[in-house]
Structures are given as C-alpha cells and as structure tokens.
Design a protein around this ligand. Sequence first.
Ligand code: GLC
Ligand code: GLC
Length: 811
Amino acid sequence: MEQYGYFDDAAREYVITRPDTPSPWINYLGCEAFFTLMSNTGGGYSFYKDARMLRITRYRYNNVPTDAGGQYFYINDGGSVWTPGWMPVRAKLDAYECRHGLGYTRIMGEKDGLKACQVSMVPFGSDALVTKLTLENKSGAAKDVSLFSFVEFCLWNAQDDSTNFQRNFSTGEVEIEGSAIYHKTEYRERRNHYAVYAVNAPVQGFDTDRDSFLGAYRGFDSPAAVFEDRSRNSVASGWAPIGSHNLKFTLAPGESRSFIFLLGYCENPQDQKFVAPNVINKAPAKKLLDAFKTEAQFDAAFKALAEYWDGLLSIYHVSSGDEKLDRMVNVWNQYQCMVTFNMSRSASYFESGIGRGMGFRDSSQDLLGFMHLIPSRARERLIDIAATQFQDGSAYHQYQPLTKRGNFEVGSGFNDDPLWLIFGVAAYVKETGDISILSENVPFDNDETVAESMMEHLRRSYHYTIDHKGPHGLPLIGRADWNDCLNLNCFSSTPGESFQTTANFESGVAESLFIAGMFVGVSDDYARLCREFGWQEEADAVPAHKQAMEQAVLRHGWDGEWYLRAYDAYGHKVGSNECEEGKIYIEPQGFLVMAGVGVKEGYAQKALDSVRKHLLSEHGVAIHTPPYTRYHLELGEISSYPPGYKENGGIFCHNNPWIVLAEAVLGHGDRAFDIYRRTCPSYITDQKLHHTEPYVYSQMVAGPYAPRFGQAKNSWLTGTAAWTFYAASQGILGIKPEFDGLKIDPCLPAFLTDLKLTRKFRGSTYSIHMLNRAGGEKGRVRVTVDGREIGGGLIPADKAPAAHEVTVTLE
Ligand code: GLC
Ligand code: GLC
C-alpha cells in the first residue's frame, strides 16, 4: 500500500515523505491572533484574527493545479530552477521531507547537491509568520545561488478580494525600504494596519508587482524574474501587489547560510498612521523585525514555542501500551482541539474563511476538547458566544471572529443551539470550579443595554426547549438541530436557495429526538449550576422537566429496535423501520443513550446493538442508512447529497464518539474502543484511499453506499476533534472533571491492561496507575488515592494544590 508519511512520536511530528500527497496535507501555525495555514508543499495563506476580514496573503480555492498560492522560495542554481517544497515549480527533487510539528512546519528539499530547509512558525506573542531558510552546499564545488522569495498579498477583505475586481485592480499600494516590503492597500483611507514582508539581509533586487515578477501569461511555476535570474524592482500600483526579494550569494563546498524571512501584521493608532504625507509609520514593523534579526532570536522563539506545547500537553498524558492511542490522545487530538478552538469552522482547505465564522453550536462543542488546556480563554469564548444569544434564548448560528457579532449568513432558529451553551458552561465549571462565570454580565445580541447574568442566559436556553415542544411533547426542531441538513420546515424547490435559512412551510410540528437527548443530558448539570447560583426553586423544577422529556421519548420516540430520529412537518416518522430510506440514524442512539434514556428499559442496549448491526462499517459508523436515493422535499438538504456523502449516509465522524460514550455508559469497553479505533487517524492503513491528512480527523469519510467508500473530506475543522478527545479521555480512559472533583471511571478494552496517566486538575497533579482485569467490560472499579480506597471514584478537589498517587483496578 502506498504510504506518504509516518508519525515521529519522539519529535511530536508527522513526517511526510513525498510531496505528491493525495491532497495537500496542511498544518496550522499560530495559536493567538496571527495564523498561517501551510501545506506540505509550502502552499497556504496567512491572516490576522479573521480569515475573511483581515486576510494577509492570497490563496485560490478550487484552482488548478491545486493549492495555488503560498510562501514560496525559488532557487536558481546555475540555471536550474526549483522550489524546496516541490510546488509550484515541480522540478524533480533528489530528496524531500516535510515535518508538521506543533505550531511549525519544516520543509526540506534537495537538488544537485544543494539542500534547502525552511522552518516556519508563528512565534508565541508575535503577529508574524517567521521562516528560517537554510541553504547548504553538499556538493564538491562552489555554487552561485540566486534565491527569490515570494508572497502575494490579499487586499484584506478576502471576499471583496476575490469578487470586486473593478475596484481592487486599482487600489493596491506598497512601500519599499531596504529589505522590507510594506503592503499598505487602503491604508490611505480607513485602515490603520499594513503588512510587512522582509528578510534579514541586504537584497540584490525585489519585486512588488505580480505581473512584472511572473511575466504575462505565466504561472507560479515559471516566474520570468526567476528563470531570467533578474528581479524587476517593480513597484506595485494597483493590480496585484506581491513581496519578492532576490538574494545572490556563493556557497563553498560544505558551506551553509541561513536567512530569516518575516511576514508580519502591524497596526498604528489613528493619529500616528503617517510620518509624512502618505508615508506610513513603520515603527511597529521595525520592532517586529528587530525581534527576529538573528538566528539566535529565531531559535529562542522556536524553543519557547516547544516549551509552550510541553506545558499544555503535560496536563493530560497517557501511556497505555498502545502507541496509536497514545499519540492521538497525547499530541494530535489535543493539537487539533486547539486548532478547532481557534478557527471554529472558518478557515481550512475546505472552509474558505469567507463562508463561515465561529459557530454557536460548533464553538460550544469545541470547548469540550480545549477546556483543560487554557481555561481562561475558554471562559472568554463562552462569554463571546453567549453575547450572540437573543433574548428569547435562541441564537445566531454563527458570528464573525473579528467583531464577535452574530451574522445571519446561516440564519438562526436551530433549536439545538441554545442547549449547547449549557454544555459548554457546565464543562468549564467542572474543569475549573470557577462559578463566578455564572454571575458574569453578558449582553443579548451584543446590546449592552439588555445584559443579564450568564446564568440567566442558561435559563433562557433551557426554557427555550421547554417552551418549544411539539405534538408529542418532544422539542421542535426549528431550522434544524445538530444535523444542519435535516431541514424539516424548509420545503425548498428553488435551486440555490439556502436550506439553512429558508422556511417555506413553518409546520410548527416537526420534532427532534436528538434535542430531546440533549435536553435530558444537560438537565442535571443545569440544576447543579442553578444551585451554585442560588436558584433553588429553579433547580427543584428540573427533575420534572427532565422526566417529562424522558417519558415523551419512551412513549413516542422508540421504534422497536432503535430510537426514531424525528417527526416531520406532517407528523410522519423520520428514522423508522417504516421508512423506505433513512431507516435508522446515529444521532438519537448516541445522545439518548449518553443521557441514560431507556437504560433500565433495555432500549439503550438494543439501540446500540442496532447501530452495530445496521450502521457500522470498516471505516466507522454511518450517519444513517440506507441513504436517500432521491430528493425529499420534506427532509431538505440531507437528501440533496448523493448517497454515502456527508449527511446523507456518510460516516460523519463527529457523531462516532457519541456511540463510544454511549457504549461506555453501558459499560462495554471493547465495543467502545472498537468504534473509537475505526475513525481514529493513527489507525488508518490506506493513506491513499483516506486522502486527507492521516494525523487529524476529517468531518466526513464517504460511507458504504458511496462510490468512494473510505475517502475522507473536510479535514481539520470538525467537532470530531473535541468529541473524540472527550470520548477517549473521559469515556474510555475515564478521567472526568466533575463539579466536586476528579472522577475516575474508566471503561477499557480488554487489551489495555496496564496504563499510566497524568492529569493536572485545578492546580493538583494526579499520577494514575490503572490495572485492567475486567476483560472488555467495565467491571468493578476500585480507586485508591495516596494509599486510601475511595468509594465511587470521585477524588474531591483539593483546597491547596498537591500531588497524588492514584491506583485504579478494574475487575
Ligand atoms: C457541520 C457543522 C455542524 C453540524 C454538522 C452536521 O459540521 O459545522 O454545526 O452540526 O455539520 O450537519
Ligand atoms: C452544509 C453542510 C453541513 C454544514 C451546513 C452549514 O449543509 O453539509 O455540514 O453544517 O452546510 O453551513
């Protein structure tokens, strides 16, 4: 089987061994405000905070060849032109390797005895992409090397940049000073920010106008300036501004030279924008460049980045005896959680950075995988999310990261949205014990005049469901629930109409079993938060609401072998054996069992058996089966996809961990792990078939009915990251932050017999040794803390930080 790379666990890197991966395999550099997406061939783009509104470099989605645009380094070695990442020139290399690490990417290419190695990172605390490029002459003769750098600037607003050509072919402006190129389009009017691209050495030439550099009718693969070995020293005026430096030098045999390139974002106070008429104030850029003038400075920042990740990844660590599990839990899954926290669903190679921003539902779930890493940022995020809620408890479906304002592009009225906020806040309080977040004053719809406590936001969330029930006493679905494509009130027959914002037949009866599961699932946590806040009466009312919902599910939501998915606008069943297609869905089986519904009645076990019987495949659990073979007006977008793709019968990885967690609720360790393993990147065997990066989760793997069964799409930005980390760390390995302490409650597969874990929690460190003799079921769990046995597995939170030795036995 063709392999394209492997994990280097010691280095915490994924190593790509050939450049022609099935699709670009990317990495995310940056974890605060400045971000770069970088592929294994050097493609990608940078932005500041918001991929739509402050895009720094240009990238062409849906282009041929794919992955067009990036930070390129062209080498002209005595007439032979190549690029270390292979793209865009695609000259045959003698050696190639790309190492994606935590917040950095290293690309190495070698040709004719010249080795080029570029290490790129976004240093912690800096708004810049910094790259150290080292060229080494490994041949026996001296080499005259001519090096050309290249980035293409985006005119900030990425949407406008790719559509409004009549204007933006005339707005581009730059300044050049020494080795620094300043991109200042629109700075003359309302912007107070610019970009800088510089190198820490004198240059022989430069270009800032794309067409001068490339030559008419030429592409990134054959820039005339590089092939003719002569920069044009062009000054952009309108059209397409770029940044390109030319450096010429001789390398003796064995000699090497390094350069530091920096692409930075700078802002000036409104009254200090200019130093002379239309001459920008370069002070912030100079400060940035001064911080990365030398290799020593670069190396120090690189070390600091590694230490930052050491710190984060020391919070949860497992040594299980299965290296595939360990590398996901310890490194890659947590890393992806950080990325989804930062990006939500905005910028990836499948999300243009223009279409979607931060999702109310998505970001609330992303927090589940991020909470333990930087709780203070999670707190801030929860407040941002809550501030986009409407007064009736419903919410904008998404908001713009820069402005933190809700936008209507994907509309509102998704009736699951409000409940996710309770999920997120409960997870935060469990991790930190910080109940002050409940008293935080948070506006509705960003309007400070109608601010209320966070707890009041949660109350409106909870009551939104109570106040919006349908004929069976089940929650009304609204535009859709978690499954954005189950549009039961949409009834769209107009091509191109948005399934998410259209309501041609507002039935007022379509109901969701999924939301019912969520409601039951958050009820206890909601009651506890009420109590913490001093709302005794509200808390006391919760059990009755919860019970009513459970009753409604048991009476109207059970199909005989599994839970129904929904009732449509005519009151017909969705996800029933009675249906011709779409007979069984994964979501209600996962969420209702996770919430404990039907456990006593034996429904839960039956539901999970049915999942295995009907939905399970080699590559994971399909979202439903059989997929819809024709468009169903009454179901909406779900039936718009060809069978086996996306929400129409694909393996939607996001909800596989719900089955893992549900299996753990029933105590089935082997079955839980079996589901976990099937979508887990480190267990992928056929990298070519899988297609996307084998070190992170993708949103979807084509399901059994698809012609390309097993092929993944939409990598990186998916709730799968948070949920699988949650399922592995809490469901399987059983380390659960609770309101009162850390609960130890594993549910292990038989083959994991001896595990060591470290968990830092509220200032204390727990060193945990687990012995598993339970044979693949949960068995009886016994826990000792510092030598003393505790009943129930809950280790009470410490008053003062301490270190604890914990032993766990499962029999
Ligand atoms: C996408 C959306 C997410 C939704 C899921 C299922 O991943 O980002 O919000 O729940 O699709 O439709
Ligand atoms: C499409 C996608 C779905 C996504 C939704 C919202 O329907 O299939 O995954 O959540 O758009 O943008």
